[in-house]
Design a protein. Sequence first.
Length: 277
Amino acid sequence: MATVVELTCYPIKGCAGVPLSEALLTEAGLEHDRSFMVIGEDGECRTQRRDPRLAVIRPAIDRHGTRLTLSAPGGDEVAIDIDTTSARREVTVFDTPYLGIDQGEDAAMWLSRFLSAPSRLVRVPPEHDRVTGGWIPGTCGYADSAAVHIVSRASLDGLNERIAEAGGAALPMNRFRPGIVIGGWDEPHREDRVRRIAVGGAELGFAKHTARCVVTTVDQSEGVKAGPEPLRTMAGYRRGPGGAPLFGCQFSVTRAGKLAVGDEVDVIEWDGPPPRE
């Protein structure tokens, strides 16, 4: 039986994830997921592609959803009231324009100091109505392409076996920053064939396979680039039509609802016949 074995929310795009035992899955993904992002002076998002130290910034949102705390190794932290009403400003995610609400000078100074570059924190406005594409369209906050990223444990196990055969060390799941991790499948990459899925009180629809980039080479616990894996190994067996390595899948939320670690995963529709169990 397939079940949810990990849930992780990433409140700030590119920053550390927050492990969850249960969560509300909204139309835009896990509640608060990628609802904030760090930007440079030009309004473009900062990501681990160029700023790997983002990985060790730990965000925490209080249970009321009104206060955000940022912390980092060494004990330094800052807490701010979340602003959802101030003037909107122009921001971009990989050259695509959106709007954001600046979260003020305290957050900006803290981030600029920690990243050693002028930075500001913005939040998606309440009226944010981004439309994401794919096989089943949806919406999301500042995520790269869709509301929820799903990876199975079997996929990581299969990749790590290949890395070990080449003399490398196993990698943790956080290199891939999924929102939902599924356990119980013995076949790697079975998520590639899922088209509609029910879990807890929610339903999701397949959007696209996830093309992987240099972020997967960042050690998420240290905030530094750590060598060629997993891209080197994936390039040998998991290239997509455009040449990029593929690992995991992006899903749109077709019905919002609550879900929790341990919930059974019910595949409503497969691409092709259901696999034999």
